[in-house]
Design a protein around this ligand. Sequence first.
Ligand SMILES: *Cc1c(COP(=O)(O)O)cnc(C)c1O
Length: 459
Amino acid sequence: MPRHRSWAEPFRIKVVEPIHLLSRAERTEAMARAGYNTFLLRSDDVFIDLLTDSGTSAMSDYQWAGMMLGDEAYAGSRNFYHLEDAVRTHYGYRHMVPTHQGRGAEHILSQILIKPGDHVPGNMYFTTTRLHQELAGGTFHDVIIDEAHDPTSTHPFKGNVDLGKLERLVDEVGAEHVPYVSVAATVNMAGGQPISMANMRAVREYCRGKGIRVILDATRAVENAYFIKVREPGWSDRSVAEILKEFCSLSDGCTMSGKKDALVNIGGWLALNDDDLFDEARNLVVVYEGLHTYGGMAGRDMEAMARGIEESVQEDHIRARIGQVEYLGRHLIDEGVPIVLPIGGHAIFLDAKRFYPQIPQDEFPAQTLAAELYVDSGVRAMERGIVSAGRNSTTGDHNYPKLELVRLTLPRRVYTQAHMDVTWESVAELYEKRDQVRGLRMVYEPKYLRFFQARFERL
Ligand SMILES: *Cc1c(COP(=O)(O)O)cnc(C)c1O
């Protein structure tokens, strides 16, 4: 057996930001004050923040240098043209409209493509994506493969679309009521699971025959490209950059949150190949975001994102990014902790149903586990289960998703291996003490995206 050789982060640290660990008593108090919702904790009270990888990345010296080159002209900023170049070069779409973040792009896309009564199939929902589809009058339908809902299945591409489900839906509602298929790369809600190039191509072929567009949620498409390279036969010799471009070429446009793959703290864009749709998007962005050459971003933000896109497709970067997720996941697997398999691209997902089998789903096992983790070690995670799934708009009951997960999401280029060790050791200890834990009761429930602001009490 060849000796195992480690990779190391392909950067060195030039600036540090101190973080502090509160005492256990202070953490217990802080969690109660936050209503057992990690979204309501103060960041100062958090030691290792794995709430999200959204907008939490560390920018490089090259990006920070770009921030000083912001052209803050109202119209026609040079940084817009840099961003447009970066999107064309690396994602390959013809037109790009900047937006303040991903949901800005989703809003505009949904408004221009969806008519009331339309149906939008997708490979599992994402919270803001589905809400914008619904607010535009559409109904979302999950057409992901069944394996995606099974946290123990080790299918290498659990983000794949089930062509049979897609076909049945289109036959039932009629292709004219399906404005597009919403395909997400590395499906967040399934555990950061990729979609294969072969599946994407099959979706493309099917949709072409029916005259249905394919719109990609490209938020984590670089990570998806990396998984294609290492998991899908025939792609290991191609660069992540090449794979990304080929993958995007199988869609008609995309929405993008630059706060993920693109290594910035704020920003996003909508890309479209069709001239007329682009024209509509450019009209609408002025109403909701800003002029079509800044879309809610400062010039410097667009420059940082243009540079972040360049860095995001570098092999060293993406290998270390996903390598760190794997490092954390491997340790948890060795400790016997139930996690979603295979290990995904941006996060480890703890399977709260198997972690706390004694807690019924409507007593919020994942919400409970996230709270316990914070109290134990100051690590902040988030719930991705029944709270995130919201209520059925017709019956008013909770949606009961099959997956009841706690997400440990890794910001890019922010934490070290020692932070990962503190994290898995804490989870492992909670798992040893799992029998003693009881669930929560919801005492405040907001109307939209309730997981952000809901409050709970211990049962
Ligand atoms: C974050 C995210 C979005 C929304 O983007 P924001 O920048 O947070 O508005 C959409 N889709 C996916 C898959 C995401 O992860």
